[in-house]
Design a protein around this ligand. Sequence first.
Ligand code: FES
Length: 169
Amino acid sequence: MASSLTNSHASSQYGENPVKKGEIRHNEMGSEVVEGYTCKPKDYDPNKAIMHYKTLLLLCDDERCGKAGKDNRAAHLREMIKEMGLSKGKNRIKISRTGCYGACRYRQVCQVTENTQANGNPKNNAIWLKHTHQFKDEQWREIFKLLSEDETLKDVLDEENFIAMKVYE
Ligand code: FES
């Protein structure tokens, strides 16, 4: 399946698919987007609530992880999430890029965080996935499905996918 790499979240004036002159487009929060931008709302409200998410995936895009992953992996994953109907609503999965975690040997590192203030699964919170640049789209789809269905990743995925963390008693 061909996948568009359109990044609807980028706010850069020269993003991949900025709004053209005369075009009317709304971002995922329902706000009309400023011409020349891909996400920036016309009616800026500094107090507007941020969009709900159930799961936030923090994908390292710094030097070593970024080189290991293919170009624009975050945008590619966002597109997959959108296709699966998980880019909005109660089970929304959000992807954000991060800087180096100091765990480059596990590149491309991805931290799973769950919105435990709302409907996130605490057992998936603070889970670290390693070598995600080697994941195929099918594997990502499985992970997104598991997260949306509130399955506990460590109960389902192979141990080799996770970064162990030292735990103090
Ligand atoms: S560059 Fe990703 S953990 Fe260092």
